[in-house]
Write a protein that binds this ligand. Structure first.
Ligand code: ADP
Ligand code: ZN
Length: 730
């Protein structure tokens, strides 16, 4: 492929506009390279695009327009282009939508801006002293970098901007202009390594050998919570840094964790770049530019960081790889864990998937040798795994509006007496999941969706968890109009907190649920408060399952394990297993012996028994066997298709058209289930019709699905969405 295109030569461009195909343009003044980011004329607008190759020539030369300019950014690398094409093929999504995932950065098309920074001159003691100046000088001499913006100086010294400006005029401070998108501080791979134990050393050696091969390798790093997986993969990060490679670490719920950033700073001496929704626009722009230029060696990011234009990506780490938040469910539907493996294979680099409770997909890949399987068997140091037992709710005398059994209450009381923390886990946001009218039986549901409204007392409203709509609380039933008969059924975390406060009136209780806090920062602060021990009882949704370190936590109570096991979801067992293992792993992470009590009406359920026995291997073996017998993922493939429209008949008509001609799928031996109204048949006023395609594992699957769905034309507000490897089936 040609590298450079002269001015007026034909080029093919992928734009970020909704065209499924490449568009032909003429190269701009001064020419452009393959991969160059361009500003292009489109009708009367200016749009962005990337040079993908030579023009295709359907149009006459004289009809083509010139690209306007080349954007000030390095051209997109060959491997990045191959990666985007591969994601587009795998997810059956037009390339332009995939390109958008990697150009979501503010002001990409604007030149770099500068900012003023100040540094302390070396002969500052020669100048006249004032108390304000002393404060300024002492803060600057202690600062961890020598060039700071005026805002940063105000923050660390507490002196006013006037004092700083005067010090600059007097010559105590040196003033200069630097590019805002400047390189990140250099990380030192040998800054403060930990001394590893023999098991950890073994694992590190295996990983290092694979990294040395400079070729694609995928590693499943498995070890119970607290075994030191993070320490081990930070060693892999150090290896990559020594080789001059870039590293990406993906974390779920990254906006909520500051602990991890502290660990990285302690290990490598400086802060890494971060990419997530909580980062400022200026920060995101700097990360994007520096990743492309090599000025950012380590990026800690949310799933979308996978689409950053790294120039030399040697290592990707997907922490808590089983986490369901890696799946993006709207817009472009993709699983960042799987796409991380794809990216590593295109870049010929190493990918490490880390988890205490891997997804069945990764576990099977490790078992059959597709991934290297490395394991740490024990918790680090004195820490031991919590002792697990069940509370049989059939034998407890729970009232109908109570969820904390006497046995659990007794254990919590003991913890309170010993000044230790307990955590109650209930994976349900809000006060109560259902409000029902005791007069007519009507359940309060959303006007836009076929979903129940969930009472949230904290904000004093009813909320739909599908579309996020809220309504005022009601005093009479909207259906029969009778007053005073509405009653809540079942608990959410807010209701559980109410019960806990009644049972333990003196306890300090914290509720951790994504909707109870106004911002990521306020959740972070709450987590910090808990880690420092300023809470007696923590009540939380799955938010508490993720990686947080609560040193004083002794007891975990799982309020209702049965909730997760109900329903026909293919992954119900796996998900419950992972969640309960993760949550109970929070207890006893330091040295205390932790305990986990699991409340259930069915202690003999195989999943409950497997969790209690703590034999992970046995669970995966039996779960894998069942999936294999049913040819379900990862042994077979599933594709979810949703056709939606504001008009039910129109959606159903198109679905029936699709059903008539399934030849492309028949050829590869795939079967089609549906069409049927989806379990949530309406979301945001759109009716949803579902198909499920079940197919043997074959590389021809995407082609077949593409051919099949081409049978229906999407007129009006009809939409068709394709979900390869669906995780949710609503
Ligand atoms: P995981 O990621 O498997 O949950 P971590 O890496 O977070 O485990 O380790 C658990 C705790 O043990 C952390 O506080 C960590 O700093 C500590 N730790 C693990 N390995 C070592 C080591 N070799 N030296 C010192 N501390 C360690
Ligand atoms: Zn709704």
């Amino acid at each position: 492929m040609r590298e450079f295109y002269n001015e007026n030569e034909r080029i093919a461009v992928v734009t970020t506009e909704p065209f499924a195909r490449l568009l032909d343009y003429l190269a701009p003044e001064g020419g452009c390279k393959i991969g160059s980011f361009l500003i292009l004329p489109l009708g009367k607008r200016k749009v962005m695009g990337v040079v993908w190759g030579p023009g295709e020539g359907q149009y006459e030369h004289s009809k083509l327009r010139n690209a306007i300019t080349v954007i000030d950014a390095p051209p997109m690398s060959y491997s990045m282009r191959k990666f985007l094409e591969a994601v587009s093929d795998y997810t059956i999504t037009p390339l332009n939508l995939i390109l958008r995932l990697c150009t979501r950065v503010p002001d990409l098309n604007k030149p770099s801006v500068t900012q003023k920074v100040f540094s302390l001159v070396s002969n500052h003691s020669d100048f006249k002293k004032t108390p304000q100046r002393d404060r300024l000088i002492s803060a600057l001499s202690k600062a961890n970098k020598n060039k700071l913006t005026i805002k940063e100086i105000v923050n660390i010294s507490g002196v006013s901007t006037a004092v700083i400006a005067a010090a600059a005029r007097a010559g105590i401070l040196n003033e200069e202009l630097i590019l805002r998108d400047s390189p990140y501080p250099v990380l030192d791979p040998d800054f403060k390594p930990k001394k590893l134990n023999p098991n950890q050393i073994n694992v590190c050696e295996t990983v290092k050998d694979l990294q040395r091969q400079n070729n694609f390798s995928a590693i499943l790093l498995q070890g119970v919570t607290g075994s030191g997986k993070t320490e081990v993969y930070l060693e892999a990060v150090a290896n990559a840094l020594r080789k001059g490679e870039q590293v990406l670490v993906l974390l779920p719920e990254i906006a909520l964790t500051s602990e991890f950033f502290n660990r990285v700073k302690n290990r490598f001496g400086e802060n890494p770049a971060q990419w997530h929704s909580g980062a400022t626009l200026a920060e995101r722009r700097r990360v994007w530019k520096m990743v492309a230029r090599g000025g950012a060696k380590l990026v800690i990011g949310a799933r979308s960081a996978l689409f950053l234009p790294f120039m030399n990506l040697g290592l990707i780490i997907v922490d808590e790889e089983h986490d369901h938040s890696y799946k993006q469910e709207d817009g472009v539907i993709y699983n960042a864990r799987d796409m991380a493996v794809l990216r590593a294979s295109v870049e010929r680099s190493t990918v490490i998937l880390a988890s205490a409770t891997p997804s069945l997909e990764s576990w099977v890949n490790a078992k059959n040798g597709k991934y290297n399987h490395v394991r740490i068997h024990e918790r680090y140091g004195e820490a031991t795994l919590p002792n697990l037992s069940a509370i049989d709710l059939r034998k407890e005398n729970l009232k109908s509006d109570e969820w904390i059994s006497d046995s659990l209450e007794k254990s919590i009381t003991e913890c309170l007496q010993n000044k230790e923390q307990s955590l109650l886990f209930l994976n349900r946001r809000g006060y109560s999941p259902t409000t029902v009218c005791r007069a007519c039986g009507n359940q309060i549901s959303c006007d836009e969706c076929d979903a129940r409204m969930v009472e949230h007392r904290f904000i004093n409203r009813l909320m739909c968890h599908q579309c996020g709509n809220t309504k005022a609380m009601l005093d009479k039933c909207p259906s029969c109009g009778i007053k005073g008969k509405l009653a809540v059924v079942g608990p959410g975390v807010e209701r559980l907190a109410e019960e806990a406060q009644i049972k333990f009136p003196k306890a300090k209780i914290s509720v951790l649920s994504s909707d109870l806090h106004g911002s990521a920062k306020s959740i972070k602060d709450e987590i910090q408060k808990i880690s420092e021990g300023n809470t007696d009882i923590i009540i939380g949704t799955q938010l508490v399952a993720k990686g947080h370190n609560f040193p004083k936590l002794r007891l975990v109570g799982v309020i209702d394990i049965d909730i997760g096991l109900q329903g026909s979801d293919l992954r119900a067992a796996e998900r419950t297993y992972q969640l309960v293992r993760q949550v109970s792993g929070r207890a006893g992470r330091t040295d205390n012996k932790g305990r986990a009590l699991i409340q259930t009406y069915q202690p003999e359920h195989p999943v409950v028994e497997a969790i209690l026995r703590g034999d992970d291997e046995e669970f995966w073996v039996s779960e894998a066997k069942q999936r294999e017998l049913a040819s379900m993922p990862p042994f077979g493939k599933l594709v979810g298709i949703i056709i939606s429209s504001s008009n039910f008949e129109r959606a159903m008509f198109s679905a029936n058209q699709l059903k008539k001609n399934t030849q492309a799928l028949d050829i590869i031996g795939a079967s089609v289930y549906g069409p049927a109204p989806a379990p949530i048949a309406r979301i945001k006023r759109r009716h949803r019709i579902r198909f499920l395609v079940k197919s043997p594992r074959t590389p021809g699957l995407q082609d077949a699905v593409r051919k099949w769905v081409a049978n229906v034309s999407l007129k009006g507000d009809l939409r068709l969405s394709i979900d390869i490897d669906p995780q949710s089936f609503y």
